[in-house]
Ligand binder design. Structure first.
Ligand code: ACO
Length: 331
């Protein structure tokens, strides 16, 4: 059986740092409130004029370099984002020519905070069937253009940041290394708990001044409900993924969870009996970068020497939809 493996990793964070103190100048919040509830200290915001595909380009270039490959070596692009450059075409189509490529297939995956695990699972399936051999999987977000920086939107605005992360997925020459399994779930009955309406396709036209006045441009979140379900589903899908590979929690060298909220991850780690240092965290520096958070965290965990050849690494994510999932790999 062909097994797929991550051949290279890259990340890109915009330079502009926005601290909790900066946000407190814009609306009624405080560094203490944000840190206590989310763990976030600062996040990065892209400058005016920068597209999500621009952030993705930088992360992708770094991933190619890390894999010792050129853009022309790629045969497919999977782009995960909830903040695409425009509604359509998909962001893969905006990224492809920026990378100097044409003709190779491009696909967007719209699964919010779980976008990266869904994309990785898709790439894994393509590689396993032999359909593609060098797939760029990129997660990127520009949240800062779509947040409501007033008291009304403060519960959501303090959480999110901009950034991009990318990996190259291809066949593993060592069959014991690579992606061991993927586990994807969704429960659409929770769709209204965390969503961004933006437009309503059942209305003619689908966007009106009245809808804009009512705030359709801003994401809405029932934070307590997200928290409640996330702390249940994250340990659950990790257990499912470990069981499928006959592994125990102690066999895992590093858990890399989506960086939604430090408290969610602390709860999940405690529920599993995993020491906090084995549940990777960098939300303090970047906030929640949605589809980009896992590949950014992977890059940093590698830089910090937390992952070695043969390490068992588990990705886990939970987000809007609700959607959630986990990937187990031997590095
Ligand atoms: N600054 C100061 N006060 C605030 C802010 C803010 N940014 N936001 C809300 N408040 C106020 C509220 O108005 C409320 O005031 P009141 O008591 O006078 O009515 C008070 O703080 C408490 O509000 P709650 O919404 O009850 O706050 P809670 O303790 O639930 O914390 C939070 C909110 C941080 C969003 C929490 O619910 C949470 O962590 N939820 C998980 C959601 C999450 O992590 N989402 C990430 C994105 S989704 C994903 O990736 C999974």
């Amino acid at each position: 059986m062909i097994r797929s493996r991550i051949l290279g990793v890259g990340k890109y964070l915009p330079e502009k740092r926005v601290t909790n103190f900066d946000l407190a100048k814009m609306f009624n919040t405080s560094d203490e409130w944000i840190r206590k509830r989310t763990g976030i200290v600062e996040r990065r915001f892209a400058e005016e004029g920068v597209y999500c595909s621009d952030l993705a380009l930088e992360a992708s270039k770094e991933a190619l370099k890390n894999a010792g490959m050129k853009a022309e070596d790629l045969d497919f692009i999977i782009f995960a984002t909830l903040s695409p450059d425009h509604l359509f075409p998909g962001n893969g189509c905006y990224l492809q020519p920026k990378m100097g490529l044409s003709e190779i297939g491009c696909m967007d995956i719209r699964n919010q905070c779980s976008g990266f695990v869904y994309s990785l699972a898709t790439a894994d399936a393509f590689v396993k069937t032999g359909m593609y051999k060098r797939i760029l999987v990129v997660g990127a977000e520009v949240h800062s253009s779509g947040l409501n920086f007033t008291d009304e939107g403060r519960d959501v605005a303090v959480i999110f940041g901009d950034g991009a992360g990318a990996v190259i997925v291809g066949p593993s020459d060592d069959p014991s290394r690579g992606i061991l399994s993927n586990h994807l779930h969704a429960d659409g009955s929770f769709a209204d708990i965390l969503h961004l309406i933006m437009f309503d396709i059942s209305k003619k036209p689908c966007l009106t001044h009245e809808m804009l006045d009512q705030g359709c441009l801003w994401p809405k979140m029932k934070g307590k409900e997200v928290f409640r379900v996330a702390v249940t589903k994250i340990p659950e899908v990790i257990q499912e993924a470990l069981k499928a590979n006959d592994l125990k929690v102690e066999d895992v060298d590093l858990f890399i969870p989506h960086q939604a909220n430090l408290r969610i991850n602390q709860f999940a780690a405690a529920a599993l009996g995993v020491p906090e240092e084995k549940f990777y965290s960098n939300i303090q520096r970047y906030g929640n970068t949605t589809a980009a958070s896992l590949p950014i965290a992977l890059c940093e965990a590698l830089d910090e020497g937390l992952i070695k050849e043969g390490s068992i690494v588990v990705f886990v994510a939970f987000g809007a939809g609700f959607t959630w999932g986990a990937t187990v790999m031997r590095w």
